[in-house]
Design a protein around this ligand. Structure first.
Ligand SMILES: Cc1cc2nc3c(=O)[nH]c(=O)nc-3n(C[C@H](O)[C@H](O)[C@H](O)COP(=O)(O)O)c2cc1C
Length: 187
């Protein structure tokens, strides 16, 4: 199975740092999974405006195809203005509504306000529910205080929760394998 760890922001480094850690933990639980970090900052994003897909820049087309063809995801988001970054919502808007169906998903998020973990509950999860993803009950919300100046995760409890997230995610990958998926005309 191909698992994409999606760093859903073009601004900031902490979400990428969390994904690097999650990648290590997932590999420990299941070395057969093919893991790749997809960094939004590596792409030139364009607003979904209804033009034919082929008219977006090639890199962006490749990014969308990569997301649609993966078998599972870890989505990482910072909190911006009490929500997810526009660039992440824009990426979701490119996807075929069935592209993520019955695929395993875990969420990691980072913010500067403790209470904003609710953005995951109230805003990101409903989008993933719309796509009918298999969203794990575990997600991990980190706060800036959980990192050192070089964006290493220094909080032991966060490490343990990331490890537990990886353990459960791997089980959801197994579950996803036995759920038949409809084939769709992907981009
Ligand atoms: C435009 C912008 C808006 C932000 N809004 C919020 C917010 O509403 N709630 C919050 O908890 N953090 C907010 N933050 C803080 C970011 O979530 C936080 O800076 C980021 O996760 C820190 O990680 P970084 O070092 O990778 O940038 C905001 C940051 C920016 C740049």
């Amino acid at each position: 199975m191909k698992i994409l760890l999606v760093d859903g922001t073009v601004l900031g480094r902490k979400t990428g740092a969390i994904l690097e850690q999650v990648q290590k933990y997932i590999a420990q639980f299941d070395s057969s999974l093919e893991l790749e970090i997809l960094t939004f900052a590596d792409y030139q994003h364009e607003i979904v405006d209804g033009r034919p897909f082929e008219q977006y820049n090639e890199g962006l087309q490749e990014m969308v195809k990569k997301i649609e063809s993966a078998d599972g995801y870890i989505f990482a988001t910072p909190i911006f203005q009490g929500s997810i970054p526009g660039v992440l919502k824009n990426a979701f808007d490119f996807l075929h509504p069935k592209a993520l169906r019955y695929k395993p998903v875990s969420i990691v998020a980072n913010g500067g306000t403790y209470q904003h973990h609710l953005v995951v509950e109230n805003q990101l999860k409903p989008i993933l529910d719309y796509f009918r993803c298999l969203v794990t009950p575990n997600y991990v919300y980190t706060h800036s205080s959980h990192f050192d100046a070089d964006n290493n995760i220094t909080d032991q409890n966060v490490q343990e929760r990331l490890q537990e997230l990886a353990r459960v995610f791997v089980k959801y990958c197994e579950m996803s394998k036995i759920l038949p998926k409809e084939t769709i005309d992907q981009h």
